[in-house]
Design a protein around this ligand. Structure first.
Ligand SMILES: Cc1cc2nc3c(=O)[nH]c(=O)nc-3n(C[C@H](O)[C@H](O)[C@H](O)COP(=O)(O)OP(=O)(O)OC[C@H]3O[C@@H](n4cnc5c(N)ncnc54)[C@H](O)[C@@H]3O)c2cc1C
Ligand code: FES
Length: 258
């Protein structure tokens, strides 16, 4: 069930250049079921900026009722968010959307998780849950440069992890697709989140492997009411358009026109 709650900030720290990790506590966490779902955060107590900001759920702890998000302080809203202090309340609406499927792969199989920049966070909870289900995960994480790399060790603790940077300052030089090119093809499914050009390239690179892609489209309401996030579909016979916020953000590869 979607709910709106003033959650308490219990941890907030900088992980890398302009990259922050923020943990909140509250009852809303008991509603968080699927990795890949997101929350819609009101970054200011005034109506400026008016719109909430969509941020993925990076990690869920249902026992302590805490969840973590990782965000890049980029524009006005996320910069305001980065100034919030531990102990303050945060107005959170969620959990929103449909996340990654957890029962697509059989126990004992190996899957590939591919993240680009701020598309990396939702893959962390996904990887934890797949590993709990006895599925091995290989992670390919792409960043612009070394100063914005985060969570490398956390992913390494869950499975083989390849970090790549565009400028080669850390890990493999180049795009995630370059790193995948030289991987042994021993994975059954791929799961990805990142900028649309990256998702397009992955779909092109692995046309015969089942994939699930999470889209970070610009959003207004986040709950299917405003049509800001509508995208054209490629292969759904009964639906020409979908809303990324409420029908997604995760779709099987090939569904969204890229
Ligand atoms: C489902 C989903 C999950 C996301 N998860 C994360 C995450 O885990 N970490 C993270 O850092 N970012 C994430 N983003 C992107 C994040 O929402 C934007 O970077 C952020 O909203 C930009 O806000 P701003 O105030 O910094 O920028 P501004 O430029 O002030 O934003 C203006 C408006 O554009 C929207 N917007 C701008 N850029 C984006 C974008 N790339 N995607 C969607 N909306 C955008 C904002 O929501 C706002 O309505 C996610 C986006 C979506 C849709
Ligand atoms: S953001 Fe309003 S319908 Fe998707």
């Amino acid at each position: 069930m979607i709910r709106q709650e003033r959650m308490q900030i219990v941890r907030h720290k900088q992980l890398a250049e302009n990259i922050f990790e923020l943990t909140c506590i509250g009852q809303l966490v008991s509603e968080m079921k699927e990795p890949g779902q997101f929350v819609h955060v009101r970054v200011s107590d005034s109506y400026e900026p008016l719109l909430r900001r969509p941020i993925s759920i990076a990690s869920i702890d249902r026992e302590t009722l805490e969840f973590t998000m990782i965000y890049r302080a980029d524009g006005r809203g996320t910069t305001l968010l980065s100034r919030k202090q531990v102990g303050e309340e945060l107005d959170v609406l969620g959990p929103l959307g449909h996340g990654f499927p957890l029962h697509h792969d059989e126990k004992g199989s190996t899957v590939l998780l591919v993240g680009g920049g701020i598309g990396v966070p939702p893959l962390y909870e996904l990887s934890k849950r797949l590993n709990e289900n006895g599925i091995q995960t290989i992670h390919v994480l792409g960043f612009l440069t070394e100063s914005v790399v985060f969570y490398e060790e956390k992913f390494r603790a869950l499975g083989e992890t390849i970090v790549c940077t565009i400028d080669g300052s850390r890990g493999t030089k180049g795009f995630v697709t370059d790193a995948i090119e030289v991987l042994p093809a021993n994975f059954q499914t791929y799961y990805a989140c990142g900028p649309t050009p990256m998702l397009r390239a992955l779909q092109h690179q692995m046309p015969t492997i089942p994939g699930f892609l999470s889209f970070e489209e610009r959003m207004g309401c986040g709950i299917g009411a405003c049509f800001a996030c509508v995208c054209k579909t490629e292969s759904l016979p009964d639906k020409e358009y979908v809303k990324i916020c409420s029908d997604g953000p995760v779709f099987p590869a090939g569904v969204i026109s890229l």
